[in-house]
Design a protein around this ligand. Structure first.
Ligand SMILES: [Zn+2]
Length: 269
């Protein structure tokens, strides 16, 4: 089985200078294709149960992930998913909800951040939550600045604690930040979570302060594709996927065009 998995950071209002606007209508046009083709969304609990042989997945499963707690995910994206009959998975860098600026959370994004109450509504509506650190450090760089790993452990522990205190969620799944990865981060992630998810925006990844091919990181043979991404086999979750190196396809990049997205879904059948 090949399970398609998408990722995005929510939608943005359309402006004239954008070459690839990613607004609510665009998200609707992509996910509408998945719904029309009979895909049904699954979450990380479903995935874990399937891997354990305890659950049969729907015939056409899809995972729809979001990173960063933006308000538009709770509103515009939620509306689109509801229309399609889908539930999302949201990975939360908890610093954004606590006013801790750092990493990708810049002061100008303050108004765009969701509140814990808004995330609570998503949770009640059936969405799944995972951890994404507190301040969203570049994990590849952090492994140099923090060789003992104490900052890394704090990032994971405090994120888990905030999810527990504010949502009652015990985080069991983790999304690595950006396209950054380190062996040290993976070791700590394995102690705390059952899944680790990566993010495909092109063919490369930052691994232990070196640039490597994504395909090499996840052990998928063959050359990269002409679209600038890794081999097609690396773009789906399969029985053989390393649970700590799961893929996800950024909707604003390789599968942005509806036809490219349709081909990606067809590749799972
Ligand atoms: Zn992120």
């Amino acid at each position: 089985m090949r399970i398609p998995i998408t990722m995005c950071h929510g939608v943005h209002p359309r402006t004239p200078e954008q070459e690839r606007p990613f607004d609510q209508a665009h998200l609707d046009s992509l996910l509408g294709i998945a719904a029309e083709m009979g895909f049904q969304s699954i979450n990380y609990d479903d995935l874990a149960a399937w891997r354990a042989g305890e659950k049969v997945l729907p015939p056409r499963p899809i995972k729809i992930d979001f990173d960063h707690p933006f308000r538009n995910i709770c509103r515009e994206c939620f509306e689109v998913l509801e229309r399609c009959g889908f539930k999302g998975n949201l990975f939360v860098n908890t610093g954004m909800l606590e006013g801790i600026f750092g990493g990708v959370y810049r002061p100008e994004l303050k108004e765009a951040a969701a509140t814990w109450d808004e995330l609570g509504e998503l949770l009640a509506a059936g969405w799944h939550f995972g951890a994404h650190t507190v301040t969203h450090p570049n994990l590849s760089e952090l492994s140099r600045e923090d060789p003992e790993g104490s900052r890394l452990r704090e990032e994971l522990e405090q994120c888990n604690q905030a999810l527990k205190e504010n949502l009652g969620v015990v985080a069991r799944d983790f999304a690595f930040t950006g396209t950054s990865w380190s062996s040290a981060a993976e070791r700590e992630v394995k102690k705390r979570y059952r899944f680790g998810r990566l993010w495909i925006v092109g063919a490369e990844y930052q691994v232990d302060r070196e640039t490597v091919r994504y395909a090499d990181l996840v052990g998928v043979p063959g050359p990269d594709e002409p679209d600038g991404g890794p081999p097609l086999a690396a773009r789906y979750i399969t029985e053989d996927s390393d649970p700590y190196r799961l893929p996800s396809m950024e909707l604003e990049r390789l599968v942005y065009e509806p036809e490219a997205f349709r081909r990606y879904l067809e590749g799972a059948l």
